[in-house]
Design a protein around this ligand. Structure first.
Ligand SMILES: C[S@@+](CC[C@H](N)C(=O)[O-])C[C@H]1O[C@@H](n2cnc3c(N)ncnc32)[C@H](O)[C@@H]1O
Ligand SMILES: [Zn+2]
Length: 276
């Protein structure tokens, strides 16, 4: 069992005919019926349902499963295949949402002849519930990237697609010589959407960020164009942070839109965990 106890950090073991896991200190966690573990520490104060809510998760699953962002998933998979030399790689998708990238990465690594052990964590129970239901071969846990229930130096590759970055925690769990693959928006990602929402849309800031414990290796740019109609326009909007921050006037304008053309772009930043 890859996951560790969120209370005392000790290794978790299967118990109760594999229906639950427990550490040597007797902290025990049951698998939900969809097969995931709830590993948010009970003593920490979390809002009632942290992370993305049901509406956002549903919109994202509908949008992603239609294949609009497949070019990004393919690029993530190609980079991961190139980086991973271990035939049994341990991979963690931190802030995995409902598991679109996690699931496709697992399939690609398997097709490449590897036997990956793939894990996904997200603070949203709703997202993890969907992820676990869709991919029973992947182990998912409700957990925060700020305190991953994962042993130190256990992970060959940590991926993060548009989810919170916690450099110290990511450095802790990544093996020396392992990799951190971070997806960030390009300068003009969703510019067409922003042109509808805002009078003066700004380009996203592009920066090479250094993270302690990691060596920056390369930036992999992936660019595309989207032409959306109907529900897909609203789904895309619901997936973005603009959904919450756009003034009413802008979001009302978007509700009336039935066609949207926009540039899209992710940059994949590749980091290598330095040896300590
Ligand atoms: C923009 S979504 C990206 C989800 C997924 N990686 C994808 O691209 O489809 C950001 C995700 O980060 C999750 N999140 C927010 N705060 C988090 C935290 N502290 N720890 C783990 N996940 C978190 C949200 O619940 C949400 O699923
Ligand atoms: Zn424990």
């Amino acid at each position: 069992m890859y996951f560790s106890c969120p209370i005392c950090n000790k290794q978790l073991y299967y118990t109760n005919c594999n229906h639950s896991v427990a550490c040597e200190n007797g902290h025990s966690f049951d698998f939900a019926k969809e097969g995931y573990l709830y590993l948010l520490p009970p003593n920490k104060k979390h809002s009632h349902a942290p992370g993305d809510d049901r509406e956002m998760v549903t919109a994202r699953r509908r949008f992603l499963s239609a294949g609009y962002y497949q070019l990004f998933s393919d690029a993530l998979n190609a980079a991961s295949c190139r980086l991973l030399t271990n035939p049994v790689p341990v991979v963690l998708d931190a802030g995995c949402g409902e598991g679109y990238y996690t699931e496709r990465l697992c399939a690609t690594l398997q097709q490449s002849g590897r036997q990956p052990e793939i894990f996904g964590c997200d603070i949203s129970k709703e997202a993890i519930r969907r992820a676990a239901k869709a991919a029973p071969n992947i182990s998912f846990a409700v957990a925060s990237s700020f305190s991953l229930p994962v042993p130190t130096a256990s992970t060959d590759l940590l991926t993060d697609v548009f989810a919170p970055v916690v450099p110290e925690e990511f450095a802790r769990v990544t093996k020396p010589g392992g990799y951190f693959l971070l997806a960030v928006p390009s300068a003009r990602h969703l510019f067409g959407l922003k042109e509808i929402l805002y009078e003066k849309p700004y380009e996203n800031e592009e920066k090479d960020t250094e993270y302690t414990g990691f060596q920056f290796l390369e930036r992999i740019p992936v660019r595309g164009k989207l032409s959306l109609t109907g529900q897909a326009v609203q789904d895309l909007f619901a997936m973005t942070p603009y959904f919450w921050k756009t003034p009413k006037e802008g979001s009302e304008k978007l509700k009336a839109v039935s066609n949207l053309q926009t540039e899209i772009g992710f940059d994949f930043l590749v980091y290598k965990r330095q040896s300590t």
